[in-house]
Design a protein around this ligand. Structure first.
Ligand code: V55
Ligand code: FE
Length: 495
């Protein structure tokens, strides 16, 4: 194609922008606290070229890495393409060469065997390194200062998995990163790699296991004792791929599963719990140990949130009909059997956040995005095609809920959390908010919200001079972490 299709994947807040730009000292309305000192990295899918096929989806768009650099109450911004092998090949050819979402059988023969990933899902900071990740391939290392692409990162050849999740988990005490890759042994394979990298970013373990069927394992969790792998029935099939079909099809009649193993243990010790049929979740708020119990907070829905995955599985359900809730699943590790308990602890929603320090520990609060039924029709766009318009805070311990609803015609992107040095305070949430100004035009702002007082709305706003495409995930990196990495790099260069 020579033009972008006029589908939801390319309109609304998914309207392609494709501009690499930067700006210093953006206008700030209100005051950004001095303590917010560091970088808010964002993964923004934005197709550089019109796709090969009309039915292309937003999830295939080329990854851009964006950075809000915040210090002393001032803000700089920059955004650049991640120069994946795929991006560079298509840039050279000046046309799309890669076909359907995660189906290499639909590619131009000239790119057979080339890396298809678009690095568009999460900027991950670990071991002084910034990786742009997408679950269908390895991460690409990006220079956190210049946003220039360094290259595909495979732990110096040590990682055997072909894939690396966009949702690793970092233990706040040990600094280790726990991660996985599914389809680790190739397209539609049952192989899942489970890996651990030490605090300096060296691979210290990688084990493989088989999942019950080839599902999209988008996220997982750790506790202080366990690694938790949820399996939902959105499945891949090699024959369908070979026929040029969809990678994922949701199967409403298939069971879900949760595999739990000691986080430093052997994959052979995985214990499988059986969950409800047909349900789906892409993200988990957190998990933690409570004696022999493991609590897992799931952004659960009764079917798959992505319309194109439902359609491929023959599930005829409109986006508006999807039910769900923030759901606590509790596993009793002292009892045998496949059962676990389930209860709803918050309204339906996704893009959850907890403070990094609560990772794998009891979280007093959690924040995520939801659709406010009183907020007018949702703005079209974002990964699933309808945007969230309200931030919610839940306190699982006491059931209290607070919210920051937006005005009609506004959309909210996933926040990052910035901790406060004051133990009495919950820190801040930073997020980009879009306001619709025309059919496919939006004004965007960075908002700073006190995490203790979300209902109050932003304490500072940064209007952006150019339009911004919908973000997927983000990551906060403190100035201390950035400076440490910079010093290490300077030492390495000097040596
Ligand atoms: C998700 C996002 C992806 C993807 C698969 O949020 C799942 C879920 C942005 O890319 O490829
Ligand atoms: Fe995700």
């Amino acid at each position: 194609m020579t033009q972008f299709p006029q589908t939801i994947h390319f309109t609304g807040t998914n309207t392609p922008i494709g501009v690499e730009w930067s700006a210093r000292n953006l206008d700030v309305i209100g005051t950004i606290p001095e303590e917010i000192d560091g970088a808010f990295f964002r993964a923004v899918p934005d197709p550089a070229l019109a796709p090969m096929f009309e039915d292309e989806v937003a999830l295939s768009a080329d990854g851009m890495v964006a950075k809000f650099d915040i210090r002393g109450g001032t803000v700089d911004y920059a955004i650049k393409y991640v120069e994946t092998e795929r991006y560079l090949l298509e840039k050279e050819a000046r046309t799309a060469l890669f076909g359907r979402y995660r189906n290499p059988y639909t590619d131009d023969p000239s790119v057979a065997g080339k890396d298809r990933t678009v690095a568009n899902t999460t900027p991950v900071w670990h071991g002084g390194r910034l990786l742009m990740t997408k679950e269908d391939g390895l991460g690409y290392e990006v220079d956190p200062e210049t946003l220039e692409t360094i290259g595909r990162f495979d732990y110096y050849g040590a990682l055997k998995s072909e894939t690396f999740t966009a949702h690793p988990r970092i233990d706040p005490e040990t600094g280790e990163m726990f991660f996985f890759g599914y389809e680790a042994g190739g397209l539609a394979s049952l192989d899942v790699a489970y890996g651990i990298a030490d605090k300096d970013g060296n691979l210290i373990s990688e084990q493989w296991f088989k999942q019950p069927y080839c599902s999209t394992i988008h996220d997982f969790t750790i506790t202080e004792k366990y690694a938790v792998f949820p399996i939902f029935p959105t499945t891949a099939d090699l024959d369908r791929l070979k026929a040029g079909g969809a990678h994922w099809a949701h199967q409403q009649d298939l069971e879900s599963w949760v595999g739990i193993m000691p986080r430093y243990g052997k994959v052979e010790d995985m214990r499988w719990f059986k969950g409800p049929k047909g349900v789906s979740a892409f993200h988990f708020l957190n998990a933690y140990d409570d004696g022999d119990l493991v609590h897992l907070d799931v952004c659960l829905s009764d079917t798959c949130a992505f319309g194109f995955m439902r359609e491929a599985g023959g599930v005829e359900r409109g986006q508006q009909s999807i039910q769900g809730g923030m759901t606590r699943w509790t596993f009793d590790m002292s009892k045998p059997g496949e059962e676990f308990e389930s209860r709803v602890i918050g309204p339906p929603g996704d893009m959850p956040r907890i403070p990094d320090a609560s990772q794998g520990r009891m979280h007093r609060k959690g924040w995520y995005l939801t659709i406010n039924p009183e907020g007018g029709p949702p703005v079209p766009g974002g990964p699933v095609g309808v945007s969230f318009n309200m931030l919610v805070q839940i306190e699982p311990g006491n059931g209290r809920i607070e919210a920051m609803p937006l005005e009609p015609g506004m959309a909210i992107n996933e926040p990052v959390h910035v901790p406060s040095s004051d133990p009495e305070k919950d820190g801040w949430l930073l997020m980009v908010v879009d306001r619709q100004t025309g059919e496919n035009s939006f004004d965007s702002e960075l908002w700073v919200v006190e995490a203790d007082a979300v209902a109050k709305g932003p304490i500072a706003r940064v209007p952006m001079p150019l339009p911004m495409r919908a973000q997927v995930h983000g990551w906060w990196v403190s100035r201390e972490q950035l400076d440490k990495a910079k010093a290490r790099k300077a030492q390495g260069l000097a040596a």
